[in-house]
Design a protein around this ligand. Structure first.
Ligand code: NAP
Ligand code: HSE
Length: 432
């Protein structure tokens, strides 16, 4: 049996998963890759940290040079997170002809080109399956299995933390911060959970996925983003009235070469398969012009699911019979030129929750403003729930409308004396 030495950079949630799988599935990995994999070094911040599992102390290091200067280490696995020093270390490792596996979506989405170009230049492999949707093999799915298709639509629940929070709020009645604490305890959340709850993590993942799916360079700024922090239990309850659930959805639609790229809370029909993707599970639905609708489903976060994707990337390097002169380009994101729609240009149905004065004629004032802006209302609910004296909650649901008209209507409605507050606006999706 041939042996190969690798190094891990990071031994947190994902690093632990990788370490566990390399040990527990040693035989499977040996038989499938043809190599016995030895973890020669693990870079951490603090060697003395209690980790709750066995790891030989002599392979832990805080000095990156122990990895870079060891020519017997052939693969470097980056599971540290953040931009620096991960970027610097991966570039240096590639300089020394080491292959790379990374789970770092933030770095890939914001500065991936530099890394991909370096990998091409040095003739090393650069794999990043774990960067999107944890254990789901979506990167390989798009890169390998869907290349015969023109992708028309992509819808994803790609953040485990927010999906866990929304599920706990909906089914267990937890409040937002209790649910977030649960996601952190389970190792789903980023070191700074703002990245999850404000939608940045999904934005990075959508930029990575859609660059591959649409063969075009997509910058993070091209993706409109909203997180879930404005979602309240009352919105979840109203969604039920419309037979819908709320999910943080990443959406791309190709409208004849113009892409809508967006991440935002979305009310979706409760009988759609994505509505039943709960807890830390993720799913990506892709509509190809040949294959039709295809859905990938699985655990989107956590040590072992993510470790599974990382280790499969290691095995894929070992199985590739690397021929430096014949490597495929790492990324093919310059095949087509696309344009991007601003969020104001999209068409959608909308749920709008307002607090208004409870007196005769108010409903008429508000609905006529929407009518004047060419927004047709599908339903209006006023349940007489008093928020406080003489205030009442009003919920409007529109037919398909252009977003700019919705914003114009909301701006005008805000000028009415009878309207106290626009509490929330949530887009609705019917997957047509
Ligand atoms: P984590 O639990 O915070 O672990 C980070 C690890 O990196 C720790 O072991 C830490 O060392 C080490 N580290 C950080 N900065 C370092 C530095 N400057 N020098 C040396 N070591 C350093 O993070 P994680 O949840 O495993 O996530 C790691 C990466 O995987 C991130 O890019 C994340 O976005 C991605 N990812 C995470 C998940 C998930 O479910 N958590 C899923 C998919 C992708 P110490 O242990 O000594 O502090
Ligand atoms: N924080 C991320 C999530 C980890 O919750 O989905 C997986 O990428």
């Amino acid at each position: 049996m041939k042996k190969v030495k690798i190094a891990l950079m990071g031994l947190g949630n994902v690093g632990r998963g990788v370490w566990m799988i390399l040990n527990s599935n040693k035989e499977e990995i040996m038989k499938r890759s043809g190599y016995e994999v030895e973890v020669a070094k693990i870079l951490v911040r603090d060697i003395n940290k209690k980790r709750g599992f066995e790891v030989p102390r002599n392979i832990l290091t805080t000095d990156f040079n122990d990895i870079i200067e060891d020519d017997s280490i052939k693969i470097v696995v980056e599971v540290m997170g953040e931009i620096e020093p991960a970027r610097e270390y991966m570039l240096a490792a590639m300089d020394r002809k080491k292959h790379i596996v990374t789970a770092n979506k933030m770095l890939l989405a914001t500065g991936g080109d530099e890394l991909f170009e370096k990998a091409d230049k040095e003739g090393v492999m650069f794999n990043y399956e774990a960067s999107v949707a944890g254990g789901i093999p979506i990167i390989n799915g798009i890169n390998e299995s869907l290349t015969a298709n023109k992708v028309e639509r992509l819808y994803g629940i790609v953040n485990g933390t927010t999906n866990y929070i929304l599920t706990k709020m909906e089914y267990d009645g937890l409040d937002f911060s209790e649910a977030l604490k649960g996601a952190q305890d389970m190792g789903y959340a980023e070191a700074d959970p703002t990245s999850d709850i404000e939608g940045f993590d999904s934005q990075y993942k959508l930029a990575i996925l859609s660059s591959l799916a649409f063969g075009t360079k997509i910058n993070v700024e091209d993706v409109y983003r909203e997180g879930i922090t404005k979602i309240e239990s009352i919105d979840i309850e109203y969604a039920k009235e419309f037979d819908r659930v709320i999910k943080l959805l990443a959406i791309v639609k190709d409208n004849d070469g113009i892409l809508d790229l967006r991440v935002h809370p979305t009310m979706i029909p409760e009988n759609h398969p994505l509505a039943n993707v709960n807890d830390s599970f993720n799913a990506v639905l892709i509509r190809g012009n040949a294959v039709g609708d295809l859905m990938f489903y699985g655990r989107g976060a956590g040590d072992l699911p993510t470790g599974s994707a990382v280790v499969s990337d290691i095995v894929s390097i070992l199985r590739s019979n690397i021929d430096i002169d014949n490597l495929n380009p790492v990324v093919k994101n310059n095949l087509w030129k696309k344009e991007f729609n601003a969020i104001n240009e999209i068409n959608s149905k909308y749920y709008i929750r307002l607090t208004v004065e409870d007196r005769p004629g108010v409903l008429g004032e508000i609905t006529s403003v929407f009518g004047g802006m060419n927004v047709s209302l599908k339903s209006v609910i006023q349940k007489g729930i008093e928020s406080s004296e003489n205030k009442v909650t009003l919920v409007l649901v529109t037919h398909d409308s252009k977003e700019v008209n919705i914003h114009n209507a909301i701006n005008s409605v805000c000028n009415l004396n009878s309207v106290y507050k626009i509490n929330n606006l949530i887009r609705m999706e019917d997957f047509t």
